[in-house]
Design a protein around this ligand. Structure first.
Ligand code: ZN
Length: 152
């Protein structure tokens, strides 16, 4: 089983390397509720020591459907499709997804997806506490004093 490589850590950051997207299938994860190994999925929130987001990368092999729908208790999900194409269902809406598709789903949304193509479907999913964002765009950022080390 492939493990995530940590490339830099400090009091204010964690940086990892997942490797190339074409080898995501080498990761696997033991589902704690279904007691089943899920190949091609890696969760990185805990590895990154995140306090605000759970993030996972998933590859769905060609012609593969997820045989159940799921909802969340408190987390809004954002799916970002990176490679391939497939279909997504939220409640009674079914739509096509492919590289560049981004979906936000409220906790109550009943969701599932399938790869109905001949190529792998790759996405990342970000989970955050619903209602936790207090501003959009660049409102939260500000300029900082500091030395840019590669300019020295
Ligand atoms: Zn979910």
């Amino acid at each position: 089983m492939k493990t995530v490589k940590i490339i830099s850590e400090g009091i204010n950051h964690s940086a990892i390397d997942l490797g190339v997207l074409n080898q995501l299938i080498d990761y696997s994860y033991m589902h704690p509720k279904r007691h089943q190994e899920v190949k091609g999925k890696v969760f990185i929130g805990e590895i990154l020591k995140s306090t605000s987001a759970e993030i996972s990368f998933t590859v769905i092999p060609p012609n593969t459907s997820i045989p159940f729908m799921h909802q969340h208790k408190n987390h809004e999900e954002i799916y970002v499709f990176l490679k391939g194409c497939g279909q997504f269902q939220v409640d009674n809406a079914v739509f096509e997804v492919s590289e560049g598709s981004v979906i936000r789903i409220s906790p109550n949304g009943k969701r599932t997806y399938r790869n109905n193509s001949e190529n792998p479907l790759v996405f990342l999913c970000i989970q955050n506490q619903v209602g936790s964002l207090d501003s959009f765009t660049v409102e939260d950022g500000f300029l900082a004093e500091g030395t840019i080390l590669w300019d020295k």
